[in-house]
Unconditional design. Sequence first.
Length: 739
Amino acid sequence: MLRNQRLNDELENEAADSPWARPRDLVAQMTIEEKLGQLSQVNGGTPDLHDAVREGRVGSVLNEVNVDEVNELQRLAVEESRLGIPLLVGRDLIHGFKTIFPIPLGQAASWDPSAVQCAAAIAAVEGASSGVNWTFSPMIDITRDPRWGRIAESLGEDPHLCSVLGAAMIRGFQGASLEDPESIAACAKHFAGYGASEGGMDYSAADISENELRNVHLRPFKAAVDAGVSTFMASFSDLNGVPASGNVFLMRQILRDEWGFEGFVVSDWESIRELTVHGFTANEREAAKAAAEAGVDMEMAGDLYRRLIPELLEAEEIDEQLIDAMVRNVLRVKFELGLFERAYTDPSKYPEPLNAEHLELARDVAAKSCVLLKNDDQVLPLSKQDLQSIAVIGPLADDGYEQLGTWVFDGDSRHSQTCLQAIHSVVGDEAQVRWVPAMRTSRSRQDEGFALAVEAVQQSDVAILFLGEESILSGEAHCRASIDLPGNQEQLIDELSNTGKPIVLVVLAGRPLTLRNVIDKVSAVLYAWHPGTMGGPAIADLLFGVESPSGKLPVSFPRSVGQVPIYYSKKNTGRPPSHESICHIDEIDGKAPQTSLGMSAFYLDDGFTPLFPFGYGLSYTRFEYRDIEVSSHVAIGERVRFSATVQNVGERAAEEVVQLYVRDLVGSVTRPVKELKGFQRVRLEPCESQRVCFELHTDELAFYNQKMQLVTEPGHFHAWIGSSSEPELWGEFEVVAAS
Ligand code: BGC
């Protein structure tokens, strides 16, 4: 059971400059109570916290961000506890600290690693100014189910996009060196499989074959290790019958043995106690033993380790060497953060949170995260010169709180700049703005406000609707079985569209919503997610053409919830559908013989395509793709080259996300019909063209085979370059065995 832990005697001769030397020496001086203290994370404000810290019974505190209190806790730890070990201070900075950025799913829609890295760096420096030195982010669970409320926190459906953006977040939080006072430790969560919770319901079990686990769900976690992430969080979900917090295969075999991870693993909130609720262990004692042996180093918000490990040691059911190894893992991160040299926080040494530069970056990321889904007759951008009046409708137009999104503990809605405020400031006196909320909340089932809204729209040149979901409808434990616009919103859109006025729908939401019932009733749709503090100005910049939309969907948008899970990188099946092979339920004759249907993989009522595919997003200009070139043959170990010309053939400068997809035609394990392998954001002036080039090492074509070996198999491949996961330009190449 001690596999993959450095044992005490192995470390004896470790050189003084080894990262294990100081943890080793410190552990050698610790009592068992002090060791277990280092493995305990306690919630801020717990009644006897000060005494517990003074007595060395706490290694980490979470959810305490009052800097004076944090400094006092650090003082008790450093100056009054016997060994003077500083505390890790953890907080969920999921999309910002005080300056709130778009929800992670929105940030993922930017397809911009540098923007995502910047957002994390700002969260880190703002959090660090309050004494936070560790965050439980990024969440890199792959999810393909928009019913799951935590899709809001995710980076979407695709392992490549999620890996690249997750690594960017880690670089943002951890900076060039963890010792830098502006850096904080990151945490890759939730390891693993949480995003595949059955039925999109939070906390439910996930059943994922090992092959799928390795080829899809684990890839972003491996990328996190490669990016140097300091900590991992074990999920509280059940993976293939073994809850992740007691899962030896995940935490010992994969994380430590195969990947060589040297940081520490924290449990999720009470996830060790819950091993018994799952029915995996019979009682708390067994749960503590199972989690420790599986590789959970620190317990979040529980006291099982502290209470029960002494008994387990006494009964010789657990080896103290295991506990020593766990403590060293935690101490190593504390040393790497430089906490022994710098436990206290002086906020005056940090930039003020919410400063102009942070707000400007939040505005930039929010603008990049919005996805233009529809724009009939170029109704957008609006020209304020040509408009005399604008109706602004909807409960989310002027709600600084709801635009922030889920997982916002420290952001204050009084700093939010709303869409209504931003529209007023853009149009000034040039156009009249008629504002009608129409509904009390996004869920209201009343329609008393509708008549006023209809009147405002009738009297205006254009209507901008701010609809969608309030923050509380997504996030942890907030799943939905129906993902339509909630409440009476569809009816409101119906009534407003009957006015015949052009209608622009701006959706603020924590997940993809099913828009099928409304999409044909509006002229334009801008999907803004929950855009954060600066959502208003960012959206107004897009509506009025100061910026052109450049976001792309990080997740497929289903037509109906019944299509879920729907994602672009499907397996082909033996009977792939085509537009010709399918028919609609309404086209079937009465008493039709059984063979009259298409005999391929589709729904009679919803076909097989999403409403909007992964990678999709319009711009105010048009980009033309041509002249794809792909290396024709490469040997294993070489690089494949791909290029295409992209030209801005419209009239506005804009950014485009150029996407590269590959299909491995034959594999010893079947391969998806398309896999994203690269992407680049390019900015092009009108008429400007650029040759966009990608290179892939053949290792980047590797996948886990039936024996769970990571292999690149020789054979034929297709490649596409384009503006979404349904690109038109394609080429082919062959990978041959190395000579
Ligand atoms: C969540 C984690 C989070 C932790 C601490 C749990 O409920 O699952 O993602 O980091 O709480 O707030």
